[in-house]
Design a protein around this ligand. Structure first.
Ligand code: COA
Length: 329
């Protein structure tokens, strides 16, 4: 038995920050941001926490499937910006949507959070340990972005998304294969320095801006291009797929140039790549399910389409998933 996505939805907050906003107070331009990242605008949550971005998406996802929150038996939340260190954001989402029969947990894999929790969710469903699993990916990146730093201020946005994972009614569709890797030698290049047990919060850590994200952009960029392209090409090879057999690449949306380089290595035309980074920036755990949600709503993903999802994030964490699309009847 295979596990598959049977419903998908997303939510973005209404406030839009366009590139002109940053050009007003930082030494940057709309042109630099657009050509170096592919981003034109991003959404920012003026209030609320990550769970508040996830809950509208979760409710819509459940409603679209024609079930109730009480039918959910497990909730996984992928996030790097949990509402609190503890309790888990999954517990807060469970309570807010009234999923009274669910257990659940958070999964931390930064920008690979959705990919890693998708694999985990499918394995729980394949084993019978869960039957209707609500997998949420959401991040309030504005809560950890340094808006005074021009090398990161314009990169990130806030969003929430949710997919329902259930047994597939077609044995040929659902999760087919995955490659997932973690490599802690990349930890220094993308991290939050303070606030954890290695460096607890103090007046000094706040003054030193150590609760914001820190990254060595170029090092991360190069590692991301190699990892996403290698994993995506490998998963094609070991499943005997040529470019004509792949309907969609769904890449994590961190930088347009990383997306284009990955697609080029797979020899996929841009028309077969889901790209919405221009509207939302990098929303971390929400990027991939948001693409699936938008393309599904537009009727562009067809049953039995081979969909390759690929991501790279802090850790490093990275991988690719082959999903044969089936939204169930
Ligand atoms: N506006 C104008 N100039 C800027 C700028 C901005 N917003 N940000 C940086 N620059 C400048 C730099 O100071 C540098 O100037 P210099 O040549 O005079 O030193 C120049 O632009 C090039 O900087 P660099 O950091 O090499 O740019 P880049 O092409 O690598 O782009 C990122 C920077 C952050 C967009 C890019 O490295 C990136 O996307 N990295 C990966 C990020 C990522 O994926 N993170 C999350 C992982 S999931």
């Amino acid at each position: 038995m295979r596990a598959t996505i049977t419903s998908v939805a997303h939510y973005v907050p209404p406030t839009v920050l366009d590139n002109a906003y940053f050009a007003k107070y930082l030494d940057t331009t709309d042109e630099w941001i657009l050509t170096r990242t592919g981003i034109s605008e991003r959404r920012i949550a003026k209030e609320g926490a990550t769970s508040d971005l996830i809950v509208p998406a979760a409710k819509e996802c459940i409603e679209k499937r024609g079930i109730t929150a009480n039918d959910i038996d497990c909730i996984i939340v992928a996030t790097v910006t949990p509402d609190h260190s503890f309790p888990a954001t999954a517990a807060l989402v469970q309570h807010k949507i009234g999923a009274n029969n669910a257990w659940g947990f958070d999964l931390s894999a930064a920008c690979s959070g959705f990919l890693f929790s998708f694999i985990t969710a499918c394995k729980l469903v394949e084993s019978g340990a869960a039957k209707r699993l609500l997998l949420c990916g959401g991040d309030k990146m504005s809560s950890i972005t340094d808006y005074e730093d021009r090398s990161q201020a314009m990169l990130f946005g806030d969003a929430g998304a949710a997919v329902l994972i259930e047994p597939s009614d077609d044995p040929d569709c659902g999760l087919i294969d995955y490659i997932a890797k973690i490599d802690g030698s990349g930890a220094p290049y993308l991290k939050m320095i303070a606030g954890g047990s290695a460096k607890p919060s103090s007046l000094e850590t706040v003054q030193n801006k150590e609760h914001y994200l820190k990254q060595d952009g170029q090092t991360v960029f190069k590692a991301a291009v190699k990892a996403m392209a290698d994993c995506s090409v490998d998963i094609m090879k070991r499943n005997n797929l040529e470019n004509k057999d792949v309907a969609w690449l769904v890449p994590h949306q961190a930088n347009m140039r990383i997306i284009v380089a990955t697609a080029e290595r797979m020899q996929l035309p841009k028309e077969q790549v889901m790209i919405n980074i221009n509207k939302y920036g990098n929303t971390t755990a929400a990027t991939i399910p948001m693409c699936l949600s938008e393309w599904n709503a537009a009727g562009k993903i067809k049953k039995a389409d081979n969909v390759i999802m690929s991501s790279f994030g802090a850790g490093y964490t990275y991988g690719s998933v082959l999903l044969r699309w089936n939204a169930n009847k």
